[in-house]
Design a protein around this ligand. Structure first.
Ligand code: T1G
Length: 703
């Protein structure tokens, strides 16, 4: 037996255990081990049932993703799973943790499934741009109803054990150790003479609704999963389960799965899988630096951001002291938090008792002294430099020694904020994105004097509150907003050249952005950017057209959704945007007044100008050392800015276009547009002319 898969006997029941840390991902050694053991057990007498379980924190969590780049070495999945399924005695899967991808597929090849109450089953392959490739699309609808199989595979959301049992995916749900429970379950099967229940021999459940189900799902993915191949392939594979015999259905799944694995979409999503784990690794920070304990968090500012951050903490069970200068703000902040949780209860995603537990974890106070026992204090007040400095001076006086002082600023210089304290080493940027209780991204800004263990603590805190923490150094806008500036600058300039807001947003959304940037400005408030730029007027380009549309709308009080009109009009509660001819005429007239050529840029030009300006800024960030890796930029944009995951992030996308093509287009824009904005970043130029890529550059940096 290889060490990845072993078995032992408990009287007439064989207990097979997979042990392949850290998550029992299936690689060649696991498949070979399963083949060897199940072949041996087939020939062994005196066995009446087999239990298959896993050591460690979880049942098989999926195929080893590293194999996608190397190919699946023999024995293949179908050979191994068929061996399990063809066992002459009942095979019972003992499932705990997260049985994802191949994990659920192995469990489906078993005849019965016993799940720990905390276990979850899932087929999240779409999140990797592929479809289940080990029979999942053929076996799942033979165990759960077709509509459940469709929802599980399209959403990729894991199914908790109780719901899995309701659907028929788990035959028993237990509270204690799952392997002994599975052995007991096996014994009952043997006693009652229940033999193998081979999944492939079962009929698809709910096949009679197949036609309308598939039609409805195809319509849904056409709208919500644009530009992607894997969802379409998934429906075809599930359809084969209904229309074809099992073995032919497996072949359809295999063909579709093979086509997807090497497509750009899958490569982009695998890139992000690794990138989202790489962000936690900070070169130069010793791996053994311990995080400081964070048992209580203080938050200054009970507004939208402060309230959202408080929710993130109490959702993770961390008590919060929420401080504001005005009782009315505190009351409004607490009421907003309660209202947000009530919406979750109404949606069924939160139990009423959980709502009260979380609210109880927040102590509102008007007194800064209430922060004295906080281990981490996050300032989340209005973006005003003087106010922030005043607050940090007060925090310096009340916070206990070793407390970490975080600022949620998105644009101000954290070095200068730290300088008003006697503890600059304890000051760090914690830039949440609004709404903080929803958005995944947390930019962790390491100021010049921030201590290494403060960075490590921030990364640990991010994981604890289920955020994706990305470390940045201090510059205007850090990573995300710094790159958003040129991206939005081009979008706005197109409006002065004859394009309309719906053409600009349409081009960006058709390309894959969750929301066009013009509509984003309306949602966030058109004046926000304008006021921030007003604070640094002396640093702005000498260009009357620079963000001129935002200035004009702000001057008129057309601030977006919050005033019922901005670039678009917003009527009714659902805030659906409708074009505003008055704004279009105003901006085109302004463009002519500024002698800007009315070029009416095409959708492709809008996409290239916005995206390549963003990519070029990203290259500057890499050169300046503001960000550690090109893949960190990709994580920032896919986790915090609605950048389509199936394109991998700005820098991965640039590599798929080819840096030489990006560079050549920038040179073309330099001649066609305002050259001050189209100076190629030296790193981009160097890599483009060398035929290299950001990925290669990053790999060389990490050697
Ligand atoms: N392959 C290889 N390594 C993996 C892995 C995987 N599937 N999943 C996790 N790891 C590594 C990860 O890189 C990290 O390594 C360590 O385990 C801990 O991970 C045939 C084709 C299971 C919920 O998509 O969702 O099966 O950085 O930090 O927060 O049809 O990992 O420490 O060196 O994420 O506790 C389907 C992906 C694959 C599951 C655990 N399965 N993994 O979360 O730990 S496709 C997935 C996860 C497939 C079949 C198809 C999570 C987790 P390192 P972690 P965690």
């Amino acid at each position: 037996m290889n060490k990845a898969v072993t078995y032992s006997m408990e009287n007439d029941i064989a207990i097979v255990m997979i042990d392949s840390p850290p998550v029992n991902a299936v690689d060649q050694s696991v498949r070979a081990g399963l083949k060897q053991v199940f072949t041996e057990l087939r020939e062994k007498s005196g066995i009446n049932a087999i239990v298959l379980g896993c050591a460690g924190k979880t049942f098989v969590a999926g195929a080893d993703i590293k194999e996608f780049n190397t190919g699946i070495a023999a024995p293949g999945y179908h050979e191994v799973l068929r061996l399990i399924e063809d066992s002459p005695v009942p095979v019972i899967a003992a499932v705990h943790g997260t049985a994802l991808g191949a994990g659920t597929e192995i469990a489906l090849a078993c005849h019965y499934r016993v799940a720990h109450e905390g276990a979850r089953f899932g087929l999240p392959e779409l999140s990797l741009g592929i479809i289940p490739g080990a029979g999942g699309t053929q076996r799942l609808p033979r165990v759960v109803p077709l509509d459940v199989a469709l929802d599980m595979t399209l959403s990729g959301k894991p199914l908790p054990a109780a719901k899995a049992a309701e659907a028929g995916l788990a035959d028993a749900v237990v509270g204690g150790e799952v392997v002994p429970a599975a052995v007991a379950f096996a014994r009952t099967l043997v006693t009652k003479g229940a033999g193998p229940r081979r999944t492939r021999e079962q009929a698809v459940k709910g096949a009679e609704q197949a036609t309308e189900l598939f039609a409805a799902k195809r319509a849904q993915i056409a709208k919500t999963m644009r530009n992607r191949q894997s969802p379409i392939a998934l429906i075809s594979a599930l359809e084969a389960a209904v229309t074809q015999p099992f073995d032919q259905g497996l072949q359809v799944e295999g063909k579709l799965s093979g086509q997807l694995e090497q497509a750009t979409e899958a490569k982009a999503l695998r890139h992000l899988f690794y990138a989202e784990r790489e962000v936690r690794k900070i070169p130069g920070l010793a791996a053994d630096i311990a995080p400081r304990p964070v048992a209580r968090v203080g938050i200054v500012g009970a507004g939208t951001m402060g309230g959202g951050i408080a929710m993130c903490c109490v959702n993770a069970g961390i008590p919060v002291t929420l401080v504001d200068a005005v009782q009315q703000n505190l009351d409004r902040g607490m009421a907003t938090i309660r209202k947000n949780y009530e919406r979750s209860v109404a949606r069924g995603s939160l139990q009423p008792e959980q709502l009260e537990e979380r609210i109880k974890l927040i102590i509102p106070s008007l007194d800064f002294a209430a922060l004295a026992d906080a281990d981490l204090i996050i300032e989340a007040v209005f973006e005003n430099f003087a106010l922030k400095k005043e607050i940090f001076a007060k925090l310096d006086a009340v916070a206990k020694p070793g407390a970490i002082l975080g600022t949620n600023t998105s644009t101000l210089d954290i070095d200068l904020i730290a300088a008003v304290t006697r503890r600059p080493q304890d000051v760090i940027g914690l830039h949440f994105f609004s709404p903080a209780n929803v958005m995944q991204l947390l930019e962790i800004v390491q100021a010049g004097k921030t201590a290494p263990d403060v960075v490590v603590t921030a990364l640990e805190f991010a994981k604890r509150i289920k955020k994706t923490g990305v470390v940045a150094k201090v510059c205007y806008g850090f990573i995300g907003n710094r790159m958003m500036d040129p991206y939005a600058r081009e979008a706005e300039h197109c409006l002065l050249e004859g394009a309309t807001p719906e053409q600009v947003d349409g081009a960006l959304e058709q390309w894959g952005m969750a929301m066009g940037i013009i509509a984003v400005f309306d949602m966030a408030g058109v004046d926000i950017g304008h006021l921030t730029r007003a604070e640094r007027k002396h640093l702005l380009p000498k260009d009357p057209g620079f963000y001129r549309p935002t200035a004009m709308l702000t001057e008129r009080g057309w601030l977006g959704q919050k005033t019922g009109r901005g670039y678009y009009r917003y009527d009714g509660a659902e805030r659906k945007r409708t074009p505003d001819p008055e704004v279009v005429a105003l901006l085109h007239e302004e463009g002519r007044r500024l002698n800007i050529e009315q070029r009416k840029p095409s959708a492709q030009e809008i996409q290239e100008r916005c995206l390549y300006a963003m990519i070029n800024e990203g290259a500057l960030l890499l050169e300046e050392g503001i960000t550690l890796r090109a893949s960190d930029i990709d994580v920032v944009y896919t986790a915090g800015y609605g950048f389509p995951r199936y394109r991998g992030g700005p820098m991965f996308y640039a590599d798929t276009v080819g840096l030489k093509a990006v560079y050549d287009k920038i040179i073309e824009f330099q001649k066609m547009l305002d050259p001050q904005y189209w100076q190629p970043a030296p790193l981009l130029k160097k890599l483009a002319l060398a035929g290299s890529s950001f990925a290669q550059w990053q790999a060389e940096q990490s050697r």
